[in-house]
Ligand binder design. Structure first.
Ligand SMILES: [Zn+2]
Length: 153
C-alpha cells in the first residue's frame, strides 16, 4: 500500500513542469483575459475599481461592495500554501498520481486563493504555510497553465 510516508522522498511523477498530458481548459468570455494573461506569463485577476478588492475566479460584480466596474490587476505570482491534498487516484486521463493539489493564498490579499498543482516538489516537503511562486507551462499553441512550485526552486 502506498502511503504518504512511503512517498516522502518521491518526486511527484505528474505533473512535472513540462509534462502536462491532462485535459486542456477551454476559456470562456468571462475568463478569457485570465488565459490571455497566462499566455503572456502574467497572472491576472479582476479588481474592483471602487474598493480595490481583488476577485478570483472572475464574477460580474464585486462581492464586497457590489460595484460592477471591474478591471484587470496583475499579481506577483507569489503566495503561501493555505491547504493541500495528495491525490493517489487517477481522476482525469493523463494526470498520473501521486500529485499535490494546493490552495495557494496569494500575497496581495488574504482571501485571494487559487487552486492548482504543486510541481517539482517532494511530497514530504509540502506543508501549510510553504512559500510558493507561480510557474507557467504552455500546453497548446494557445493555452498556458499556471502551477506553483516552492519559492526557493
Ligand atoms: Zn468593490
Amino acid at each position: 500500500m502506498t502511503t504518504i510516508e512511503s512517498l516522502s522522498d518521491t518526486y511527484i511523477a505528474a505533473p512535472r513542469l513540462g509534462t502536462w498530458a491532462g485535459p486542456v481548459p477551454v476559456p470562456d468570455r468571462d475568463s478569457a483575459f485570465y488565459w490571455t494573461g497566462l499566455q503572456e506569463r502574467r497572472m491576472l485577476v479582476l479588481g474592483c475599481n471602487r474598493c480595490s478588492y481583488l476577485i478570483y475566479p472572475p464574477v460580474a460584480g464585486c462581492p464586497r461592495c457590489s460595484a460592477t466596474e471591474l478591471g484587470q490587476r496583475e499579481l506577483a505570482g507569489t503566495g503561501t500554501v493555505y491547504s493541500y491534498t495528495v491525490v493517489n487516484r487517477e481522476f482525469a486521463p493523463g494526470i498520473k498520481p501521486p500529485f499535490v493539489v494546493a490552495i495557494v493564498q496569494m500575497d496581495e490579499q488574504a482571501d485571494l486563493r487559487m487552486m492548482s498543482n504543486l510541481v517539482d516538489v517532494k511530497i514530504g516537503d509540502v506543508h501549510i504555510g510553504q512559500r510558493v511562486r507561480v510557474v507557467f507551462q504552455q500546453i497548446t499553441s494557445d493555452v498556458t497553465l499556471a502551477f506553483f512550485t516552492p519559492e526557493e526552486s
